[in-house]
Design a protein around this ligand. Structure first.
Ligand SMILES: Cc1ncc(COP(=O)(O)O)c(C=O)c1O
Length: 438
């Protein structure tokens, strides 16, 4: 099919919701190879978005795919009504690599399902209904996870949230601190405001607080570690659990196998994962402490959850992550990328804030560093300019003004430097076009 035919078929046969594209003219890819993508016209791109933080260990990674191919030809699918060696081995592995105390897994196919499952489990375990996500959260597109999401440009909360016992609390957004304070002298007021809100609304018993350690779709917002620890204390004070959504952070992206493992003494009650878990194969899970995982006795199943093929993919992915020290690699390459961006910060006033961890990097763009007016049009222009030059990056943030940079963790130094050169050229063009030069 030609490019024109593919676009025409998409416009004719795909739902409006599914036609959401990053660029004015959709990009059509035909091939991927580790940190590179190739479009239908053969043009090559350095991939700094990894299919929304999924192919963390590279497109078509041969070591991982070899295991998948073998499994595909041996046993593909049986459903969770039967056991397979791959599924139980994966469950055991997750118990070992996630924070201490997390032991029992349930396998699903996506991040949304993992978070929704965790929410239902928390309700069953505590006997309470109220779930408290935080501002700028993104948790998915099932009903419960969609109403627990707060990334619409207006910042409006889904009107169905109240009826579904969902209530939002403050997040830890240091760059735009609503209390005009600075960490650490702020004493993590944002977390204490969560407690205050629950007290004021007289919520004695909640089911869970729900947090992403670093908010991805919300704008790569990374609260201080103390905020996350305090959120757990608060959840327990109000009779609830802390659900940590590591769908985007997990599997070495942040420079740690799981971000929760980096925070001393931090042990989520339930942890959700998906995205990079199968390096491109649809696999997700939520893992809970022993007693929580045993709380929900009503039999259930997920038809595809933990299939031999998905489990084999996840096992091969984890094996690759460990053998090649991917957390270390993400740390090292993340530092190289971030330092390159920091050098540009001095040259381009458009750059308001650079943040993140490992190769999970956000660059918040503003029209004015004092007023911090979000630079949405400029962000979209940056994506287009990068695309022209052979670089794929993402965007995020409630106001769509954050560049989201998340290459496969196997990205080479040469490609990081080339990506930085392209970003530099794009900043030059966009700053000039929008009259935002120094
Ligand atoms: C933190 C987080 N949770 C959940 C999800 C939903 O995952 P999925 O799109 O696989 O359903 C996403 C997706 O971007 C996410 O970033």
């Amino acid at each position: 099919m030609t490019k024109t035919e593919i676009i025409a078929k998409s416009n004719q046969y795909m739902m409006a919701q599914a036609r959401h594209q990053l660029y004015e003219e959709p990009l059509i890819f035909t091939k991927g190879d580790m940190d590179m993508l190739y479009d239908i016209e053969g043009k090559e791109y350095i991939d700094c978005f990894s299919g929304i933080m999924v192919v963390s260990f590279g497109h078509c990674n041969r070591e991982i795919n070899e295991v998948i191919h073998k499994q595909l030809d041996t046993l593909q699918h049986i459903s969770t009504f039967y056991l397979s060696e791959q599924m139980v081995e994966l469950a055991e592995k997750l118990a070992h690599i996630t924070p201490e105390g997390l032991q029992r897994s349930f396998f699903v196919n996506s991040g949304s399902e993992a978070v929704e499952g965790a929410m239902l489990l928390a309700r069953a375990y505590t006997g309470n209904q109220l779930i408290v996500p935080v501002n700028h959260a993104y948790h998915g597109r099932t009903l419960l996870t969609a109403v627990s999401t707060n990334v619409s440009p207006t910042g409006d909360i889904d009107p169905r949230a109240k009826d579904l016992d969902i209530e939002f609390a403050p997040n830890g957004y240091c760059y735009r601190c609503p209390y005009q304070k600075t960490y650490p002298s702020c004493g993590i007021q944002c977390a204490h405001e969560v407690r205050k809100q629950l007290q004021q609304e007289n919520h004695q018993n909640i089911a869970a607080l729900l947090v992403e350690p670093i908010q991805g779709v919300g704008g790569v917002i990374n609260p201080p570690w103390e905020y996350l620890r305090e959120m757990q204390t608060i959840a327990h004070e109000f009779g609830g659990l802390l659900i940590v959504d590591e769908v985007q952070c997990g599997f070495a992206r942040t420079g740690h196998d799981f971000y929760s493992n980096a925070i001393a003494g931090f042990r989520p009650d339930i942890l959700c994962m998906a995205k990079a878990m199968g390096n491109g194969l649809a696999v997700g899970a939520y893992i809970a402490r022993d007693e929580i995982g045993e709380a929900l006795k009503v039999p259930t199943f997920a038809t595809f959850g933990g299939s031999p093929i998905a489990s084999a993919a996840a096992l091969a992915t984890i094996d690759y992550m460990q053998r090649h020290d991917m957390p270390g690699q993400a740390k090292k390459s993340g530092a190289r990328f971030t330092e390159g961006l920091q050098r540009m910060e001095e040259e381009f006033p458009l750059i308001g804030n650079i943040r993140g961890s490992g190769l999970f990097i956000g660059v918040e763009l503003v029209r004015d560093r004092i007023t911090k007016e979000p630079a949405k049009e400029e962000t979209l222009a940056m994506l287009e300019e990068c695309k022209k030059r052979g670089l794929v990056i993402g965007k995020s943030g409630q106001k769509t003004n954050v560049l989201r940079i998340g290459p496969p963790l196997v990205i080479t130094d040469e490609h990081i430097d080339k990506a930085l050169d392209i970003l530099h050229e794009a900043f030059l063009v966009v700053s000039k076009d929008f009259g935002l030069e120094r």
